[in-house]
Design a protein around this ligand. Structure first.
Ligand code: ASP
Length: 325
């Protein structure tokens, strides 16, 4: 039986066309175009709802929260939801919804690397793939999914790995959840790291600082001046920083700012292995939280959600220490 799928558009390259001489820009006709999309008619009963038509670099945590409410308001009437989004911040929005949305119904993000004016469009195929996954009973209870290039990935782990290629979205550490073949959608595995944080509020003032060789404490100082509630540091390797950052980190902790360290490496966890000044073991003893295998931009999203719910550093710290996922 055909399922009822809500297709929510937010913007991104999938909803853009080339406009000479300025370049690729949002296309006002995308939503109308989707409404008369012949490939979708046979797949499901589709209702298209426009949330926004913005490039995804314009996305922020307030808009993400509004998108959560938009989905929550409507999902009861549908079997599943597909959200089209720009690829640049898709990882963050998809993970935000993964954490906050309470539904067990399939919620699938998709996008395009190529605008509507280019040869070899990936957008239409990705939308069809996403609708097929959202209509698939097996997609129930699997958290927010990201469908691109005939592949299904978990929002928590998916990474945009290439700035231009259509096979940009992969899960480098753990692999895809499933594939979309012409005959059927196949799930091979399921993430065991699904997490729900029920909140109506968020805290946007969370910073992310990436370590580079020779970095000093100026960015931490800047965060403190702007009263950040927490600072995520993308540290080296297992979670190490140079000695020049140790005093500023101590200062942040003394001012009751939560400091969470993750790794700037492509994959892998942080661990308190190194005891030298700035090593992960020393940082942990100073009160820094080691943030497991989450990428910096996703840890920032998680802290926005956690601070929205729990407000205080103590409670967020307790949550992270008790649920290290
Ligand atoms: N800059 C675009 C966006 O994220 C890129 C894309 O959608 O692929 O909106």
């Amino acid at each position: 039986m055909k399922k009822k799928i809500l297709l929510i558009t937010t913007g991104g390259t999938i909803a853009m066309k080339y406009n000479s001489p300025v370049g690729i820009v949002p296309d006002d006709e995308f939503v109308d175009h989707l409404r008369s999309y012949p490939q979708l008619e046979n797949l499901a009963f589709i209702h298209v709802a426009e949330f926004s038509n913005i490039p995804s670099p314009y996305m922020n945590s307030e808009l993400m929260m509004r998108l959560v409410r938009f989905v929550e308001d409507k999902i009861e009437d549908y079997d599943g939801v597909v959200i089209t989004h720009g690829t640049d911040t898709l990882e963050e929005s998809a993970y935000f919804l993964d954490l906050v949305l309470e539904t067990q119904k399939p919620v699938v993000f998709t996008a395009a690397m190529r605008s509507g004016s280019e040869l070899g469009l990936d957008g239409p195929r990705n939308i069809v793939g996403a609708v097929r996954v959202a209509s698939c009973p097996e997609a129930t209870g699997k958290g927010v999914l990201v469908v691109m290039n005939d592949e299904i990935n978990a929002a928590r782990d998916v990474v945009k790995t290439d700035s231009g290629k259509t096979n940009s979205f992969i899960t480098p550490s753990y692999g895809l959840l499933g594939t979309i073949d012409p005959d059927r959608v196949i799930f091979y595995r399921q993430s065991t790291k699904m997490e729900k944080i029920k909140t109506k509020e968020i805290e946007s003032n969370i910073d992310l600082i990436r370590c580079v060789s020779g970095i000093d404490g100026r960015y931490i100082e800047c965060s403190l001046q702007h009263h950040a509630k927490a600072i995520v540091i993308e540290a080296f390797g297992r979670g190490n920083v140079p000695p020049t950052m140790v005093e500023p980190i101590k200062k942040a902790i003394a001012q009751n700012v939560l400091v969470v360290v993750v790794s700037r490496t492509y994959t892998g966890r942080v661990l308190p292995e190194y005891g030298y000044k700035g090593g992960g073991s020393m940082l942990q003893r100073m009160g820094v939280i080691l943030g497991e295998d989450l990428k910096g931009h996703k840890m920032r999203i998680k802290l926005m959600v956690l601070f929205g719910k729990y407000k205080s550093v103590e409670k967020v710290k307790k949550y992270l220490l008790e649920k290290p996922i």
